[in-house]
Design a binder for this molecule. Structure first.
Ligand SMILES: CC(=O)N[C@H]1[C@@H](OP(=O)(O)OP(=O)(O)OC[C@H]2O[C@@H](n3ccc(=O)[nH]c3=O)[C@H](O)[C@@H]2O)O[C@H](CO)[C@@H](O)[C@@H]1O
Length: 355
């Protein structure tokens, strides 16, 4: 009988991207693969249509730390999700469940535990997110990206594997990127990525400083869903809402990156040795995980950091100038970061857990 694996995770691309890196191996090795996600989240958009992957949508809800009427209905949706996950897992009987976090993963992990099925978790951020913290007691192992994260976990559960990166991201072509954007190879390219959900404030600063930026750079701007401004049409400026197959080429042609500090994205820049200016999501808009990620990279000499609270047109231009001046130093330090075999480590752990 074929082995079976269930992937779960969603809510933002960061909770899907590691799964997307792992799925091809299991398909190629003849496993049956199912993905349990929400009925309408970004995970559905990214996974439905992948050949060989069965998508199972379940009901889900969010645990909020602020008042919202949905706080009344969401626990019911989560309870429904647990029931749906339990029934699917009981019927499908996977050998192992891999959970990447995000709220949709909690009902799946609980459904697995109720069926006594083994769960392996993956945490991308330096400090574990709430969904993963709730799931840890029900998991046999927790794979982590940052070595420091092990100390936030119960003893013997944390395994440092490093960043799991989609293989195709490392295979982009600078020439393709430049020609698809209508750019010239003679001028440096600045890639601006606002995180998978976009970053309104970064978008505003880029637009207000566009003329100054275009004097020195060509700019590729990934703005986030619904956040492109089609009224801006300038030579050397290209906007995207969100990119899929174009991303490897855009990364390959970027000389420098301005970005949020989502864990997956920053490890992708590190793997590609891209000098980066990180503008982490503020503590008021999040649990502050991106600030911790960015500070850890800054300590290792991989990036420049500008906090959102300090982000103005002038601090942005000053930080970009500093990045330009230090870019070769940053690149040299990034070169020293040993290439990890994270993908292989996670696959081995999953195969071993499946028995
Ligand atoms: C607002 C929010 O909750 N952000 C969190 C979310 O960020 P977010 O979803 O932005 O996650 P990451 O930056 O970690 O990963 C984004 C992934 O999407 C990909 N990508 C991005 C843009 C695009 O157009 N195309 C594309 O493929 C990137 O290459 C990367 O693989 O998850 C991260 C990992 O847990 C956290 O650190 C962030 O704090």
């Amino acid at each position: 009988m074929k082995k079976r694996i269930v992937f779960t995770g969603g809510g933002s691309a960061g909770h899907v991207t590691v799964n997307l890196a792992l799925i091809p191996h299991f398909l190629e090795s003849g496993w049956e693969v199912a993905y349990m996600g929400s009925t309408n989240g970004i995970e559905k958009e990214l996974v439905v249509g992948l050949a060989g992957v069965q998508y199972v949508g379940i009901s889900t809800g969010k645990l909020r730390r602020y008042f919202d009427w949905k706080n009344v209905t969401d626990p019911l949706r989560v309870a429904k999700g647990i029931g749906e996950a339990f029934l699917f897992l009981r019927r499908w009987k996977p050998d192992v469940i891999f959970s990447k976090g995000g709220f949709v993963s909690v009902p799946v992990v609980l459904g697995a535990w109720m069926n006594r099925l083994p769960v392996v978790i993956h945490e991308s951020d330096l400090t574990p997110g709430l969904a993963n913290r709730l799931s840890v007691p029900f998991a046999s192992k927790v794979c982590v990206t940052f070595p420091e994260t092990v100390q936030h976990l119960p003893q013997a559960k944390g395994v440092h594997v490093g960043a799991v990166i989609r293989a195709e991201l490392l295979k982009g072509s600078r020439e393709h990127g430049i020609s698809s954007c209508g750019f010239t190879p003679k001028k440096p390219v600045l890639l601006v990525m606002g995180g998978s959900l976009g970053a309104r404030r970064i978008n505003e600063v880029i637009r207000s400083q566009l003329s100054a930026l275009l004097e020195s750079y060509q700019v590729v701007h990934i703005c986030g869903k619904g956040q492109c401004d089609d009224s801006i049409q300038r030579a050397g400026y290209r906007q995207y809402e969100y990119v899929k197959e174009e991303l490897p080429d855009l990364l390959a042609m970027a000389d420098m990156v301005v970005s949020r500090a989502g864990s997956n994205a920053i490890f992708e820049y590190l793997a590609l040795r891209k000098p980066m200016l990180l503008i982490p999501l503020s503590k008021t808009a999040s649990r502050g995980d991106q600030i911790v990620n960015a500070r850890s990279f800054e300590k290792r000499g991989f990036c420049e950091v500008l906090l959102e609270e300090e982000l103005t047109e002038s601090t942005f231009l000053a930080a970009l100038k500093k990045l330009e001046e230090n870019r070769f130093q940053l690149m040299n330090r990034m070169k020293e970061d040993s290439h990890t075999d994270s993908l292989v480590k996670v696959i081995a752990l999953l195969e071993q857990t499946a028995g």
